[in-house]
Design a protein around this ligand. Structure first.
Ligand SMILES: Nc1nc2c(ncn2[C@@H]2O[C@H](COP(=O)(O)OP(=O)(O)OP(=O)(O)O)[C@@H](O)[C@H]2O)c(=O)[nH]1
Length: 701
């Protein structure tokens, strides 16, 4: 029938290339509502058809339905003797594969590419599924078949009753209406074939049209240069077909890019561009949304889904219709999903449901939140599916972190670089008397404490951020009327090498401090007398000596005391009585001390006293007061009155002393002398001269 084998010449490629890229160039596809269009487009495949290519032959089972955009397809019928004629032609006005739509198994005609160009094709099974949905595509397809039958019937009438000139005009105009541009890549032989007449007759008729200035032809192609002239000359068969085709598109509810009068190539192109722009926008929003969009029918077959949805399920975007959503849901969640669907379709207001999707080869199991609404008829479910696995994991991790923080015995806080609290733990909020940790978020130290303290904390934070170093300190803060000790650690929070805030830990160490003080005191105290023990007394003696070396203007006196004949008390009355005497003497001693002075028990019944900022006279007066008080005191025990006396040695600590114990040694020597001289008396160490010290004391004795 065609003298060329299937091919594309450069001119055809240029023409096709100009038009190939938009499914909306096909008027049926352009008439589909955007939603339905979006669903089909993904399943379609673009093909560049070569002139002479047979899409299917009579008796074939068509594997695809074609929606030509810039190609033109002839539907032809061939007799047993081999002669053929064109039944109808289909271009961007329709589809090829009507057998499928009408439910037939095999094609009753042949579909052959008459003019090379582009087409989109949909697999037969996908088309059947779409037709089964009863949507706009079905309506349009049936209407198109009606228009096609009109074209066939009109061709039959025309071929029988009208002149070849008119038939040629009809054929050329039908051709032009179905493909872009005004150029027809046809030979006289081809036209003759299509019209079922001899080539010479076509050449003659074409010659007339060319002579009338309506067309121009050269070998292989024809250009229409006066379309109105052709329309004036054509018979009514063309207009009958055209009217039917316009009705097909005009009565569709959805606005189509091409309406009203037959669009010329330019207006058609604009309409396509607008439609394409709108589609691109819509498709982008729909497909690149960060959540999955799904439309399910009553049995939860996926009618439509976007790119994110396809990725979530691990299926191809074009595979909608082949899957049920249930296949991706873990079985234990199916009942809830079904109930959710029933409630949504039944108009009950259920916010969402959460189900777990089974793992795919691209991702592990995913927890998704589904929000849904019914379509207008309450039959389909429009779902937004959000993968909340990460959100849930994050939430759980936050709960763990919160538990960790709240159960931490420290107060913990995080501050931004403006010293605003980003997070604090429950102990922190509790310590400052706030109802919850959350209530402190966004607040500052100025909301918690005095301006002065808040200023200091702010300065600390800045110092930590500026230096990038940790800081720790102990401080005493008045809290609820009581002074409490806190130990605080602050560190910078570093992200990508920048200090963006601080993290702090603090704990109340009031009790620890109290215990430490108690331990220190216990370690320094003689348990029997509650005076300083020997170790503590000697330590203080050392410190005092060091002070004296720095400041010799404040003399220090060291006194040694020893109870006289103490052994006899022990021996005669027992050890407990001896202890009682030691305690009594200690209390007498303590009563005479000024602040800054220290008394210690440095041996069994030996005591020492350190008098700071003293002088020989004052030290002697102190010693004398003690001696007299002891002598005047007696203890009644086992109905016996026990009299006690004490001997005392005094020495001044000298700046020349190389050790503190030298002064103690001199006081001990003086004590020894006091004992030797008869006890119950005071003796002053050799240096400084004794007469200075004893002035007035001797007189008292
Ligand atoms: N009850 C009691 N006795 C103690 C304690 N420590 C030491 N002693 C006794 O104190 C006595 C000290 O006796 P001595 O050193 O001989 O001195 P003294 O009897 O006081 O005689 P002079 O010091 O020379 O007057 C001993 O009997 C010790 O056992 C103590 O903690 N309690």
């Amino acid at each position: 029938m065609f003298d060329e084998t299937p091919c594309l010449n450069p001119e055809e490629i240029a023409m096709a290339g100009e038009w190939v890229n938009s499914p909306r160039m096909n008027r049926i596809l352009a008439c589909l509502p955007v939603e339905e269009y979006g669903r089909h487009v993904d399943a379609m495949e673009f093909v560049l058809l070569k002139r002479g290519e047979v899409l299917f032959d009579c008796g074939d089972k068509p594997a695809f339905v074609y929606f030509p955009t810039s190609s033109l397809i002839s539907l032809t019928s061939t007799t047993e003797s081999g002669s053929s004629a064109e039944l109808a032609m289909t271009g961007n006005d329709g589809l090829v594969g009507t057998t499928l739509i009408l439910g037939g198994k095999c094609a009753t005609h042949k579909a052959v590419v008459q003019s090379a160009g582009g087409a989109y094709r949909l697999r037969a099974d996908a088309m059947r599924f779409e037709l089964g949905q009863g949507g706009h595509l079905l309506q349009l397809s049936l209407r198109y078949i009606h228009a096609l039958m009109t074209q066939m019937a009109q061709s039959l009438v025309c071929n029988r009753h009208h002149s070849l000139d008119q038939r040629l005009c009809r054929w050329l105009l039908l051709y032009l209406d179905r493909q872009p541009g005004d150029k027809l890549l046809v030979t006289h032989q081809l036209i003759a074939h299509m019209l079922g007449v001899r080539r010479e007759a076509v050449t003659e008729a074409a010659g007339k049209l060319q002579a009338a200035g309506l067309i121009q032809y050269s070998r292989g192609y024809m250009v229409v240069i006066n379309r109105p002239g052709l329309e004036a000359r054509v018979c009514e068969c063309y207009r009958a077909v055209k009217t039917e085709y316009e009705r097909l598109f005009d009565e569709m509810p959805e606005p189509a890019p091409a309406r009203g009068h037959p669009p010329g190539p330019t207006s058609l192109r604009h309409a396509y561009e607008d439609a394409q722009a709108m589609l691109r926008k819509y498709t982008d929003i729909y497909n690149f949304a960060p959540v999955g969009y799904f439309t399910l029918n009553a049995s939860r077959a996926i009618l439509k889904l976007n790119l994110a949805g396809a990725i979530l399920l691990g299926i191809k975007h074009s595979q909608c219709g082949q899957h049920r959503f249930d296949a991706f849901v873990k079985p234990e969640y199916l009942a809830d999903l079904q109930q959710f669907q029933a409630e949504v379709l039944g108009g009950k207001c259920r916010g969402n449901c959460e189900v777990v999707l089974t793992a795919t080869d691209k991702r592990p199991e995913a927890l998704v939140r589904i929000e849904a609404a019914p379509d207008d008829n309450g039959r389909e479910l429009h779902m937004v599916v959000i993968d909340i696995t990460a959100e849930k994991t994050l939430h759980e991790r936050e709960q763990y972190q919160r538990a960790l923080l709240d159960n931490c015995p420290f107060m913990v806080w995080l501050k931004d670089k403006e010293s605003r609290f980003l997070a604090v733990n429950a102990p922190f909020a509790h310590t400052f008397g706030w109802p919850s940790a959350e209530a402190l978020e966004g607040r500052t130290d100025y909301d918690l404490t005095s301006r002065e303290l808040a200023d200091a904390y702010r300065a600390d934070d800045r110092a930590v951020m500026a230096s990038g170093e940790k800081r720790s300190f102990e401080e005493q803060i008045e809290m609820n009327g009581a002074l409490r000790w806190f130990e605080t650690f602050k560190s910078p929070v570093v992200v990508d090498g920048r200090n963006i805030g601080t993290v702090g830990f603090s704990r109340d160490i009031t009790e620890r401090r109290r215990m430490e003080a108690e331990l220190r005191s216990l370690a320094a105290t003689d348990s029997l007398t509650q005076l300083a023990n020997r170790r503590h007394f000697l330590a203080r003696l050392e410190e005092t000596h060091a002070d004296l070396l720095r400041d010799a203007d404040h003399p220090v006196a060291v006194l040694m005391f020893d109870l006289d004949h103490f052994k006899s008390i022990n021996d005669s009355l027992g050890h407990a009585a001896g202890d009682a005497v030691l305690r009594l003497f200690s209390s007498l001693l303590r009563d005479e001390l000024r602040a800054g002075d220290l008394a210690g028990r440095i041996g069994g019944e030996e005591f020492a006293v350190l008098l700071t900022r003293s002088n020989p006279d004052a030290a002697a007066a102190f010693a004398e007061r003690i001696r007299r008080k002891v002598a005047e005191t007696s203890i009644l025990m086992d109905q016996r009155r026990i009299a006690i006396t004490v001997s005392i040695g005094i020495a001044l600590m000298l700046a020349e002393d190389t050790t503190a114990e030298q002064a103690l040694g001199r006081a001990d020597d003086a004590l020894y002398r006091a004992k030797a001289e008869g006890r119950n008396r005071i003796a002053l160490a050799e240096t400084p001269p004794p007469q200075q010290v004893f002035r007035g004391v001797q007189a008292a004795m």
